[in-house]
Design a protein around this ligand. Sequence first.
Ligand SMILES: CC(C)(COP(=O)(O)OP(=O)(O)OC[C@H]1O[C@@H](n2cnc3c(N)ncnc32)[C@H](O)[C@@H]1OP(=O)(O)O)[C@@H](O)C(=O)NCCC(=O)NCCS
Length: 190
Amino acid sequence: MITIREESFHDVEAREALLDACFGPARFQKTCERLREGRKAADGLSLVIERDGELVGTVRLWHVSAGPNRPALMLGPIAIDPALQSLGLGGKLMREALTRAADRGHKAVLLVGDAPYYERFGFSTQKTSSLWLPGPYERNRFLALELESGSLNGARGLVSATGAFENKPDLTALVAAAAQGQLPGVHAAF
Ligand SMILES: CC(C)(COP(=O)(O)OP(=O)(O)OC[C@H]1O[C@@H](n2cnc3c(N)ncnc32)[C@H](O)[C@@H]1OP(=O)(O)O)[C@@H](O)C(=O)NCCC(=O)NCCS
């Protein structure tokens, strides 16, 4: 049975293993990663697809501004278990993610990816020609989809991250806990 649901904390390990299998360590060097690192994904838009209870796909969307004062989402990474690709799971996950984004009132989605794949969902380079990403990328792979018609009209400038920052562990508290032997597997070196 195929299920699409929001990701939970318990899925993180399986999601990361899947992304490693699909992209390898170079995934952290992608320009889009600069828009994700240290940020929380948009509420309700970290999705996983399960087959018979096993996580076999992932997609997340992130808050960005497409040039000044133009809220949008950046989609990615999306990945399906290599053993299960080309069975329609990626399409299902994309459509569900876009529907949920529209239902939440988001107006536009950007991504960097292969146009021959993403065109089927309505993505194109039409509205990205005056936008820039914070790093190297191939311009013909920088795509956008308006969830609300005209929402990217005149969009111009740098795409920047606008999502909430991830909660970081308090280093002082961690060091204090390690010193008191309260962190399993961590031994104080002082
Ligand atoms: C891209 C990906 C998410 C698509 O998921 P999927 O479940 O394989 O896709 P679907 O089954 O819905 O669609 C399959 C169709 O898309 C095509 N397709 C898949 N990847 C494609 C690509 N990069 N470029 C063009 N077409 C592609 C397949 O040839 C197939 O075509 P068909 O319907 O004419 O047979 C999946 O292949 C994947 O995880 N790839 C590795 C990671 C990746 O590249 N992610 C995208 C980064 S931008």
